[in-house]
Design a protein around this ligand. Structure first.
Ligand code: PLP
Length: 264
């Protein structure tokens, strides 16, 4: 049975498509994405790239999902739902990364301005690998050139190379955390954008280590962009949202703290 959308707003609204891995602890990965978008009132759809065995302090195992199944899921989903933003997280291997790049290209054919937020996840907070060298190659060669905004952490930045090259190669905006201020009372985030533009955002430094802070931020950014915010405004709102989630973080395991995405 088919339902027609009940209001013009519903016709306009789409889902943010999250292409991320599953973290059974609930702190990071797809659960972080869905909880974040839910908190922003933004419908989410999900394609799960890999299953992991992990908890708040260690990553033990990772198995990627078969690309044929992912393709079938994507075809079924896209035949039905409108996508208003994409968020990419852990991809696991090169084949899954190429699949994700294909989804972006396919949607951009009819929606050239579709916002795409790339969290180039390569390592878990606990240190385990979530993406191999083939993922790095596809990120550099195919995905980052399509990104509206990328949010590498410091480890990922080092593996991906100079930010100037990423921007020259097509990534429109890059959000980086300033290492120089890492011992101070605040953290400075720098948003590099078109024409050498630079926006800086200062947020109070929090003492803990958090499981899923990057996922929370990147999916909040995708949600705000899907809702029509500009990139600098989405970053300001996304950092603020994430800060509150971390400020209210809970102890749900023996390792990293869990962001509380229902603080509102
Ligand atoms: N995606 C998955 C599936 C993960 O398991 C993790 C970390 O464990 C991440 C992403 C990255 O998490 P964070 O936001 O803490 O960098």
């Amino acid at each position: 049975m088919q339902n027609s959308p009940s209001s013009p707003a519903e016709q306009r609204n789409g889902v943010v498509l999250c292409i991320s891995g599953h973290d059974p602890s609930g702190g990071a990965g797809i659960q972080a994405d869905i909880e974040t978008l839910q908190a922003l009132g933004q419908p989410a759809a999900s394609l799960i790239t890999c299953l992991t065995a992990q908890n708040s302090y260690s990553l033990r195992d990772l198995q990627t999902v078969d690309v044929a199944l992912l393709q079938s899921q994507a075809d079924t989903l896209l035949a039905d739902q409108r996508v208003s933003g994409i968020k990419l997280g852990a991809l696991g291997n090169g084949a899954v990364a190429r699949f994700a790049a294909g989804i972006i290209r396919r949607l951009r054919e009819t929606q050239p301005d579709l916002p795409v937020v790339v969290d180039p996840v390569l390592v878990a907070g606990s240190g385990g690998e979530l993406g191999d060298e083939a993922v790095v190659e596809v990120l550099l060669g195919e995905i980052l050139p399509l990104a509206t905004l990328a949010t590498p952490n410091q480890v990922e930045s080092q593996r991906l190379g100079p930010s100037s090259t990423l921007l020259e190669d097509g990534c429109q905006w890059l959000l980086l955390t300033d290492t120089d201020s890492s011992s101070g009372k605040t953290i400075t985030h720098r948003l590099h954008g078109p024409g050498d533009s630079l926006h800086t955002f200062e947020v109070p430094r929090l003492p803990g280590a958090y499981h899923g802070s990057g996922c929370t931020l990147a999916s909040a950014l995708a949600g705000y962009l899907a809702q029509g915010e500009t990139v600098p405004d989405a970053v300001s709102l996304g950092l603020d949202f994430t800060h509150h989630c971390l400020e209210q973080a809970r102890v749900l395991g023996a390792g990293q703290l869990f962001p509380n995405r229902r603080w509102q």
